[in-house]
Design a protein around this ligand. Structure first.
Ligand SMILES: [Zn+2]
Length: 323
């Protein structure tokens, strides 16, 4: 049994590889761009980048990639057998089996796969803001909303391995179209992408007059403009952040009703705006959560592992599922 593992967090733009000990200490890391080769066989271009990262880490630390536990976190539907069934933000890799590709490229024999949000949840549970909390939900606010559910001390993987896709929970019947093909998904309202969408909508409706004047047109106002202006106290921006916080709370309240979870760990790019979002979201939860007054206080905190959560969790998966 190896006491170190490589964890890979493959995003739509970047792939982060870390070498991690069983205690969760990061010994080394490499960041690369994720290729999008629409013409080659599914996932091969991506697998080549990952193989090179693994090889470099193995060489630097005198490890053998054939036996080294390797965990791969992918944004999408990851089957229990390791095949990536569907990845809306990584189309070129949809359908690929990374354990097979990495075996072909490196001879690697100990490759485990998991959804990236599930990885982040496992890392926070083992070493981060969810440590020893038997029931919590990891909510990753990026372009979309990823996540992972820890219930009764275990990751909810589901029948196929697709558990925890909380971003595609509908929060608005017949709402905004989502990249998944559905309508009204939570991630169209409460993520970085949701903020961008609402920003354009509000600007076109004339509800962001100051920001529209500053940027030279309604279509030019960005989500970053809104978060920056909100932190400076511009009221129209503060109002929009409260709207996003309401949608965040709407989804959290649904999860409370289903899971009776009392604890949320918020990560992802938009969590840099946590100071603007979480106080309002906590306030809205009082109205939105079923039986709020009869429950212990609901804790909503930010991730402590931040950008490393996914890669650390992938390494944890590799260590825990060694063949
Ligand atoms: Zn969706």
């Amino acid at each position: 049994m190896s006491d170190v593992a490589v964890g890979l967090d493959v995003g739509g733009t970047k792939a982060l590889a870390v070498l991690v000990t069983r205690e969760g200490e990061i010994l080394d890391e490499i960041k690369s761009s994720t290729p999008h080769d629409a013409h080659g066989p599914a996932g091969v271009a991506t697998a080549r980048v990952l193989a090179s990262q693994i090889e470099t880490l193995a060489q630097r630390h005198g490890l053998d990639p054939v036996t080294l536990p390797i965990g791969v976190g992918m944004p999408g539907m990851v089957r229990r057998d390791g095949r990536l069934a569907f990845a809306p933000n990584l189309h070129s890799a949809s359908g690929a089996s990374f354990p097979e590709l990495l075996r072909d490229l490196l001879g690697a024999t100990a490759v485990a796969m998991e959804n990236d949000g599930n990885c982040a949840a496992l890392a926070e549970f083992a070493w981060g803001a969810g440590r020893d909390i038997e029931n919590f939900v990891m909510v990753t606010l990026g372009t979309g909303i990823g996540g992972g559910i820890i219930a009764n001390g275990e990751l909810v993987r589901g029948q196929n391995g697709f558990g925890g896709e909380i971003g595609h929970m509908a929060v608005e019947a017949r709402g905004a179209l989502c990249g998944c093909g559905g309508y009204g998904c939570w991630e169209r309202y409460a993520s970085g992408g949701g903020l961008a969408r609402l920003t354009t909508q509000w600007a076109l409706e004339g509800r962001l007059p100051t920001l529209t004047a500053r940027s030279g047109g309604a279509q030019s106002v960005s989500g970053e403009d809104v978060t920056r202006a909100a932190s400076e106290g511009l009221s129209e921006a503060v109002d929009l952040m409260r709207e996003v916080a309401w949608w965040l709370a709407r989804g959290l309240a649904n999860l409370v009703a289903i899971l009776d979870t009392g604890h949320f760990v918020i990560g992802g790019g938009l969590s840099v705006a946590a100071d603007l979002l979480l106080p309002s979201a906590r306030e809205f939860l009082e109205d939105l959560v079923f039986g709020f007054a009869k429950r212990p206080p609901i804790v909503v905190i930010t991730s402590s592992l931040t950008v490393h959560a996914g890669a650390l969790g992938a390494a944890k998966v590799a260590l825990d599922r060694q063949p």
